[in-house]
Structure formats: C-alpha cells, structure tokens
Ligand binder design. Structure first.
Ligand SMILES: C[S@@+](CC[C@H](N)C(=O)[O-])C[C@H]1O[C@@H](n2cnc3c(N)ncnc32)[C@H](O)[C@@H]1O
Length: 238
C-alpha cells in the first residue's frame, strides 16, 4: 500500500471501505472473535450520554456505534452518524431503518476533518476504529471538541498496542500474519485487510494519543485498555 500525503490517504481509505462495505460487519465480528460489540458498548458507557441527549458518531461506517448511542439516548435523544463513504452509509441506513431507532438517528455524508456542524451542538462526540484512517488525528479531535458543548465528552475507541509479553507476540502473529489471509478469504479482496495491520503500525501508541487529546485542549484525558490492550478507549472533556 502506498500513499504520499493526506489527500492520497483519504482517497485510499475511501476505496478500502467502498470495497469491503458489504462484508464489513461480518468480518469485524469474525476477526475480533465477537469482541467488537463489547468494545463499542464500553465506549458508549464512557460518553456519559443520558436519555434525551445529543450525540455525534464521527466516521460511523455501517452504524454499529451509532445504534449503541441511540440506545443510550432513548426516544427523546438525537444521534447523528457521519461518514464520507456512501457504501458504508447505505448499509447503516438499511440497518437503522430495520431497528427501533430510525426516528432518533440522522446520517450525514461528510468529512471528519471538517465537520458540517455548528460549535457546541452535541453532548458527546464519539469515533470508533477511525483515527487510524484519517489524515490528521489532531485535526479530527479538534473538530470533535469544537462541536461538543462545554463540559461535553470526546471519546475514541481504537485499536491499540498491547504490551504484555507472550500475549503481545501471539497477538501480533495473528494480527500481522493470519488476519490479512482470513480477511482476504472472507472479503474476496486483498488490499483492505493488509491495510489493517499497516494502519496500526503507523498509528501512535495509546499514551501518545492521550497527548494529542491534551494538545487539542481536551481536559482530564485518559484511556482505558480493553482485552489485554489490543483496543483502547480514550476520553477527554471540553
Ligand atoms: C473501520 S471503519 C469504522 C466504522 C464504525 N465507526 C465502526 O465502529 O465500525 C472506519 C470508517 O471511517 C470512515 N472514514 C475514514 N476517513 C474518514 C474521513 N476523513 N471522514 C469521514 N469518514 C471517514 C470510513 O469510510 C469508514 O466507514
């Protein structure tokens, strides 16, 4: 895989998700051994979103995290899912229409680097498995901070770098070697599941992500590692 700059990365990532949209949810569940649902629930719990609240899901993809947010926001809540990939949004729209949350959720086609929302619009902004994919992590977090109300929460759920010896070696053997082969077999296409380990290699350690939270002005930033540190939830307050 190769890209030379931010615009190239966007184009490449857009192509990846267009190619795998139809298989994305199934592959996620299989490749994460069904842990992905639990990880999303943990992230939503960290938002502090209450019934009747307003939430934004940045890079919502097929809407799995958006639906979890809608459960927390309840009938009087309002949840927006934003993504730049039409193919992923189409899956989200179908799943949301078949759920009890159709009236609560709005889907928006847009770019995480320049969110099309006024400042102070949401009680929380969340992003799941997306910061690895954007051209500029700080720019996206700054945008998320801008659109939440003062006192609101910014949360990122993302793959992370485990540190425990043995577990770490076994995990990387799976993630770097086996997963691309399984991904290729399951999705029928090669590139996207080679991008997954490569994107994690290029991604900063969870401690460095917390520093970016601090740098964009998010207060009390912390992270919680899940499942032995293969995933982390970062939280910061505006
Ligand atoms: C790994 S998927 C995550 C989807 C979803 N959040 C989840 O929890 O399954 C990453 C998503 O980020 C979207 N994405 C990547 N870069 C983006 C950008 N700059 N603006 C908007 N969406 C973007 C992709 O289209 C894709 O749907």
């Amino acid at each position: 895989m190769s890209y030379t700059g931010p615009a190239d990365k966007e184009k490449y990532v857009h192509g990846v998700f267009t190619a795998i949209a139809r298989r994305y949810d199934l592959m996620n569940t299989l490749l994460s051994f069904n842990r992905d649902k639990y990880w999303r629930r943990c992230a939503v719990a960290r938002t502090g979103l209450a019934a009747g609240g307003r939430a934004l899901d940045v890079c919502c993809g097929t809407g799995r995290l958006t639906l979890e947010l809608a459960k927390a926001a309840g009938d009087n809540g309002y949840v927006v899912g934003l993504d730049f990939c039409r193919a992923m949004l189409d899956i989200a729209a179908a799943d949301i229409a078949a759920s009890p949350y159709g009236a609560t959720i709005e889907l928006v086609e847009g770019n995480a680097m320049a969110l099309p929302f006024a400042a102070d619009s949401f009680d929380c902004a969340v992003t799941g498995f997306a910061l690895r994919n954007v051209p500029d992590i700080a720019a996206v977090l700054a945008e998320m901070r801008r659109v939440v109300k003062p006192g609101g929460t910014v949360v990122s759920l993302e793959l992370a770098k485990p540190s425990a010896p043995v577990f770490k070696q076994l995990y990387y053997l799976y993630f770097e070697r086996l997963l691309p082969l399984l991904g290729k077999a399951g999705s029928g296409t090669d590139g996207p599941y080679s991008w997954l380990p490569e994107s994690l290699r290029r991604f900063p350690h969870q401690a460095a992500i917390r520093e970016i939270f601090n740098a964009v002005g998010l207060k009390d930033a912390y992270y919680q590692e899940l499942t032995g540190g293969i995933v982390a939830v970062h939280v910061g307050i505006k």
